[in-house]
Write a protein that binds this ligand. Structure first.
Ligand code: IMP
Ligand code: MG
Length: 433
């Protein structure tokens, strides 16, 4: 890894999530001095391997295992305090000591079980039009923020006022139920007495004004990683609406999300996979077909980190990739898992769509349009020579090189920085001679 990055680097998913952002972050570990988790909640699942130990993070910054590094959970996150405590305990049991270096913004939002029950109730109401959420209450929590019903974790400093605010919120939730829907326990105030006790004991000590910390560490030139969760195509505004998550998933949002007054000097790494996966509901114009999907799912371990759901597998979609690159502003590109495609026959890249008889190169604003789009593919020859674990570009078969070069060209911006060739830290190529 021989690049002079700017003082801050953002890692952003370029597709529909699960591109291997954790792997890219692992490669950056030697560079990082401060790690910030910017958005989302426990809907995310980031797998990182540190000193041979595998960690699956949902809420904690992926930098958490590195000793002595400031790890920040930013304002624009939604935090289930009970689950975060469990995650902290779990990471501790693997030998991680936080030594006072984990900080949670006092403006991060409280996510309670009422958000999860509401997520479930809404999905049930949507019926056939459900979003296929992760069920972690994300959408409900972000809706509460913009609908002015959010509760910031900093209010835990005044437990009586926290309870007062929560009481008002729950009253609203109870009023939303339709006849035939039973009242969840989580809509009652008493439900939260032990939750608040636990949060005061185990989460409150980490709370602080993280803006002050970050402004200070950036002023001192600390090399900072901004870790985005989900991906551009899941962004609430720019993604495949409405089959998106409810937070901002692009690097452009970072200063506001983390509470900086100005955008820092930043490089953005867009992370892609050599094929496309997603979970949940949405139109899939480049879906491979059940048989091949199952083969690739098994070869690539394509099951959700958070929900264990089977990921759908599609061909690399240049319409989405171009859109992501435009919104994401990538300076560098990482492409993972081309090794999974070894021995899987000829390959395809979708170059554009056809919608109602017309060619369409830009990603549509609404999934109702996407539903009627058919893909226009370009074919690429497959290969059979395995290159899993390759560390040099010349170990990659020419056909795989050709496919990766074509994907990089399709993305259309950013310098090719890394090709991931396997799950282990060292399975990567950084030079493309
Ligand atoms: P929510 O974020 O749980 O509301 O789910 C909304 C959509 O985003 C669904 O399609 C989820 O499957 C998807 N989603 C949310 N987080 C992730 C993730 O970390 N990886 C992949 N898909 C995700
Ligand atoms: Mg994931």
């Amino acid at each position: 890894m021989s690049i002079e990055f700017k003082p801050t680097v953002a890692v952003e998913g370029g597709q529909d999530g699960d591109e291997g952002k954790g792997k890219v972050i692992s490669a950056l570990f030697p560079w990082i001095e401060v790690g910030v988790r910017c958005n989302g909640g426990a809907n995310a699942g980031h797998t990182v391997v540190f000193n041979g130990t595998e960690f699956k993070f949902h809420m904690l910054p992926s930098t958490s295992p590195i000793r002595g590094i400031l790890s920040v959970i930013a304002p624009n996150t939604v935090v289930h305090t009970g689950d975060l405590k469990k995650e902290i305990d779990d990471v501790r049991s693997k030998g991680v000591e936080f030594d006072g270096n984990l900080k949670i913004s006092d403006r991060a939002q409280f996510l309670g079980d009422y958000h999860r029950d509401w997520d479930r109730i809404q999905e049930a109401r949507r019926g056939a039009n459900k979003i296929g959420t992760t069920g972690t209450g994300n959408g409900a929590a972000y809706t509460d923020l913009v609908d002015r019903r959010g509760i910031f974790l900093g209010l835990l400093e005044q437990p009586d006022l926290f309870k007062k605010r929560l009481g008002l919120v729950l009253e609203e939730y109870r009023g939303r139920l339709r006849s035939g829907e039973s009242l969840p326990d989580s809509f009652r105030s008493e439900y939260y007495d032990p939750v608040i006790e636990e949060a005061i004991r185990y989460i409150r000590p980490y709370l602080t004004d993280t803006t002050v910390l970050l402004e200070d560490s950036l002023a001192r030139g600390k090399r900072t990683l901004f870790e985005k969760a989900q991906a551009t195509m899941l962004d609430v505004r720019y993604g495949g609406y409405p089959y998106v998550t409810s937070s901002t998933c692009t690097a452009a949002a970072i200063p506001y999300e983390v509470g900086l007054s100005k955008a820092p000097d930043m490089d953005v790494i867009g992370v892609f996979k050599a094929y496309h996966t997603d979970v949940g509901e949405r139109p899939r114009p480049t879906k491979m077909g059940d048989e091949l999907e199952e083969i690739i799912r098994r070869a690539g371990g394509e099951y959700g980190t958070t929900t264990g759901r089977k990921r759908s597998v599609s061909w690399f979609d240049a319409v989405k990739a171009r859109h992501s690159a435009k919104i994401g502003g990538y300076d560098y590109i990482a492409i993972n898992k081309a090794d999974v495609l070894t021995g899987k026959g000829d390959q395809r890249i979708c170059e554009e769509y056809v919608f109602r008889g017309e060619r369409m190169r830009a990603f549509p604003v609404d999934s109702l349009i996407l539903e009627e789009c058919t893909p226009v593919y370009r074919e690429y020859p497959g290969w059979i020579q395995d290159f899993k674990g390759a560390k040099n570009w010349d170990q990659v078969p020419p056909e795989a090189q050709q496919l990766l070069r074509a994907q990089h060209a399709a993305i259309g911006r950013g310098k090719l920085w890394m090709i991931g060739t396997g799950p282990a830290d060292e399975d990567a190529i950084f030079s493309f001679g």
